[in-house]
Design a protein around this ligand. Sequence first.
Ligand code: FE
Length: 190
Amino acid sequence: MTETTPQALRAEALESLLVEKGLLDPATVDQVIVQYNERVGPMNGARVVAKAWTNPEFRKRLLADGTSAIAELGLEGAQTDKLVVVENTSDVHNLVVCTLCSCYPWAVLGLPPKWYKDPAYRSRVVREPRKVLEEFGVALAGDKAIRVWDSSAEVRYMVLPEPPADGRGLSEAALAERVTRDSMIGVEIL
Ligand code: FE
């Protein structure tokens, strides 16, 4: 794939320079790209969520210590050294942002969507979360509390969404199929 955005060209120039100076092995770069295209993505977070829905003990561990709970599923590293999972309930809706830049739990959600890095989302979600949610198509009951969590280099947040109303009786694997990336950021209701 050929990309010609200024960012892509800059990244390519930087890679060539580092390879030329012997500081970087091109095979390593390819490995990282394959890793993030094929093995790391929201499907990992979806597995975590479905397990929490079907296994109350795992749910408890996940809410107590996200980092060690996801390690049980072989997920680690990739910006989740301190992962905090916040649970949506009938009373509280959680929403995640990084007001400073784009901190995001890669191991469970993959790479952040473009809008997550947008200065408009980052500033507005703090000031007017209900309105921003409406723009995402999420209309919350007026008495439902909204909590906005600011991810940082130290702590990254992921939302444990409420299960879909028609999900009763589904297997863990079938439930995982229903979990979306946006629901784990808090901008979608399942
Ligand atoms: Fe950030």
